[in-house]
Design a protein around this ligand. Structure first.
Ligand code: ZN
Length: 318
């Protein structure tokens, strides 16, 4: 766990950028700044949320309670409950003002004791709304843009078994780890000022945006049979996208998906270097052709072992 490794004592929202920040670390801090702008806790069992200083009470400024004399400043929200899912009313009365108490009592508790989770507040018409619940959860693997370093073991097991050219497996690994030089990575490295996608100019260019969700990529995938089963999802990271794909799409179709992801990235690089790019139809057709060549090469060699496809060049030629 990132926190356990880097933060034996402090919570992640208290982190500051040190002078020898590694790339991973810098990316992590970058995400932290992003998260701090809109993140708050959703109360579960209350064991991860500090009563004072953590954002957890809707209706209060910044969702926070300020500390007060005579009360343990390291107290956790769980300490405000008499049992799981039940507020300790007399304790609330002792510590908090009426307004604070009212705000706290509006927070729904559940007795089943799910862990606390960080959620993202989305400001619309001056009101905060819970837009999505996938953000940072303390002590847990993160599902946000920066968690790409961490994936469940089954993810890697499935990925390494895919029957695609080794260079494409390596590409998938790089996407998963956030090691492709998309605009987000370039901004982290301070090579560019912005992380915005230069093709659609709609969103930041993350690995999943650069290969899948950019409008330029969607145009390529629209003809694929697997498109409809993946297109409705919102994917905060490449891992969340590809994990879903591996669970949803049959292995034979996954081959084409991987090839098209790889080709989209190459086309994106051509656009980045202001070279002429392919039409989406052409990319799709090339992908289908490459897949057929790859499969034929493996059949000829009498095996489906991906390492046997020595005749496959993987070049994107017409
Ligand atoms: Zn884009």
């Amino acid at each position: 766990m990132l926190k356990a490794k880097y933060y034996p004592k402090h919570n992640v929202m208290e982190a500051k950028l040190g002078s020898n920040a590694s790339f991973l670390w810098r990316s992590f801090i970058w995400g932290k700044e992003l998260l701090e702008k809109g993140v708050r806790w959703r109360v579960g069992d209350g064991r991860s949320i500090k009563v004072f200083g953590d954002p957890w009470v809707p209706g209060l400024e910044n969702f926070k309670l300020s500390s007060r004399n005579g009360v343990d400043s390291d107290m956790f929200v769980a300490n405000l409950m008499v049992e799981r899912g039940v507020w300790n009313l007399s304790l609330l009365e002792q510590i908090f003002s009426e307004q604070e108490r009212e705000a706290i009592l509006k927070i729904p508790l559940i007795r089943t004791g799910r862990p606390d989770a960080c959620i993202w507040n989305y400001c619309k018409n001056g009101r905060y709304e819970v837009k999505s619940g996938y953000w940072l959860a303390r002590e847990e693997v993160r599902e946000a843009s920066l968690n790409h370093v961490f994936a469940p073991l089954h993810y890697w097991k499935h990925l390494w078994k895919l029957k695609v050219p080794p260079k494409m497996l390596h590409f998938l690994w790089r996407c998963s780890m956030g090691f492709i030089p998309c605009m987000e990575a370039l901004q982290w490295k301070r090579i560019t000022q912005t992380a915005q996608c230069f093709r659609c100019q709609q969103e930041n260019e993350s690995p999943v945006h650069a290969t899948w969700s950019c409008a330029a990529c969607v145009a390529v995938f629209e003809r694929a049979t697997f498109f409809s089963s993946l297109s409705s999802g919102q994917y905060p990271s490449f891992i969340s996208f590809f994990d879903h794909a591996m669970k949803t799409v049959a292995d034979e179709e996954l081959q084409l998906l991987v090839i098209l992801l790889w080709m989209n990235w190459h086309d994106r690089n051509k656009a980045y270097h202001q070279e002429s790019t392919e039409t989406s139809d052409r990319i799709f057709d090339n992908g289908v052709r490459l897949l057929a060549e790859w499969n034929n090469a493996n059949i000829r060699n009498g095996t489906a072992n991906r390492d046997s496809g020595a005749t496959f060049t993987g070049d994107v030629e017409s």
